[in-house]
Design a protein around this ligand. Structure first.
Ligand SMILES: [Fe+2]
Ligand SMILES: [Fe+2]
Length: 258
């Protein structure tokens, strides 16, 4: 059911557990935010963007929870299952950090979501292929694009607190984009050529879901700094798709070329 997104924090024993598992996770310059440095319009825009960010982090936590269950249902290695569960906790930490940033900026803007549908939809394939599908969608594509997208926002963010939050989010994204490949390395002996072909289609469809982010007209002109100097957001993200997704999957015989 669609409803206004509203999150709660329990505190006490559960907060102590989280702080023991992720010490200093919110050790960021919260008191350095100066609302006077932002125009009202910029502040509303930042609140809108970051409110959307709260939901995307929440959805990432649900995706890693689904991945953990799918890995367990196909008997994946225990430490690999544990990594998926641990990454769900990383994403819940991101939810709390981004929520706190939104509150510091002045509060959330209206955001309607259906939490019952927050996890990725699963196919009715056998358990191993369901897990492989999730590994591709969530990690090899989704998380692989989240690092460059966050990096581009980081370079554009001038507000020190927003930069610090982005930095903290980026810190976890490398392993998040790798767990899909760790799973596929374990799965390699039983993946048939037909399975790999199917997973290539899964990857292409997943890339297509994100493509509007860099195909809109604004992305073709919006400047972004990369290692070689200034480029456009579209060129930067297309480079990320080629190098972080297509070439990595090609190495294990999965063709994700459009
Ligand atoms: Fe995240
Ligand atoms: Fe992530």
């Amino acid at each position: 059911m669609l409803a206004q997104l509203s999150l709660e924090w329990m505190g006490g024993a559960t907060e102590r557990r989280l702080r023991a598992a992720r010490p200093d996770f919110d050790d960021l310059p919260w008191d350095r935010f100066d609302p006077g440095r932002m125009t009202d319009a910029d502040c509303i825009e930042a609140r809108t963007v970051w409110t959307n960010g709260v939901f995307t982090e929440y959805a990432s936590a649900a995706a890693f929870s689904a991945m953990n269950l799918a890995f367990m249902q196909c008997g994946a290695p225990v430490d690999l299952c544990a990594a998926a569960a641990d990454f769900a906790v990383d994403e819940l930490v991101h939810v709390s950090l981004v929520s706190r940033l939104v509150m510091t900026l002045g509060g959330a803007t209206p955001y309607v979501a259906d939490l019952e549908r927050v996890a990725p939809r699963l196919s009715d394939l056998p358990a191993r292929m369901r897990a492989a599908e999730l590994a591709i969608k969530v990690s090899c594509v989704g998380e692989a694009l989240s690092l460059p997208a966050l990096t581009a926002s980081h370079r554009g963010a001038t507000e020190p607190l927003a930069r610090a939050v982005l930095d903290r989010l980026r810190h976890d994204e490398g392993p998040h984009a790798s767990i899909g490949h760790w799973f596929l390395a374990w799965a390699a002996p039983w993946l048939t050529p037909g399975d790999r072909e199917y997973l290539g289609k899964v990857a292409r469809d997943a890339i297509a879901v994100y493509a509007p982010l860099w195909l809109d007209p604004d992305a073709a002109v919006r400047p972004v700094l990369d290692h070689d100097g200034e480029t456009t957001y579209r060129a930067y993200m297309e480079h990320a798709v080629e190098h972080r997704i297509i070439r990595r999957l090609a190495k294990i015989g999965i063709d994700a070329r459009p």
